[in-house]
Design a protein. Structure first.
Length: 103
């Protein structure tokens, strides 16, 4: 269980800086009249939160990991959801960075 939690924490740490940087870029784009959208992820993406920034999605995932840590138990569905959220964040942040380098 400890190894699993350590791996989840490492993912959160890695995503934290990337999400902060991406949110700053999104803020700049929005001030330039671009990036006018309601949410980064659709409701079907596995997140409860809806935001036009990455940090609220990361916070939701971190809260779920904290709940697992506190209870020292998890069910398979909860773990699958957290892993899917982490994968979605990694993939979308990488695609976002790649798209900005191209333009």
């Amino acid at each position: 269980m400890d190894t699993l939690l350590e791996q989840l924490d490492e993912n959160l740490k890695e995503l934290y800086r990337k999400a902060l940087d991406a949110d700053a870029l999104l803020e700049d784009l929005q001030q330039q009249g671009q990036a006018n959208y309601q949410a980064i992820f659709s409701k079907a993406s596995g997140f409860n939160v809806q935001s036009n920034r990455f940090m609220p999605y990361l916070a939701e995932t971190a809260e779920q990991i904290a709940a697992i840590r506190q209870s020292q138990q998890f069910n398979t569905a909860t773990l699958q959801r957290v892993v899917k959220q982490l994968q979605t964040l990694h993939k979308t942040l990488a695609e976002f960075r790649a798209a900005l380098k191209v333009t």
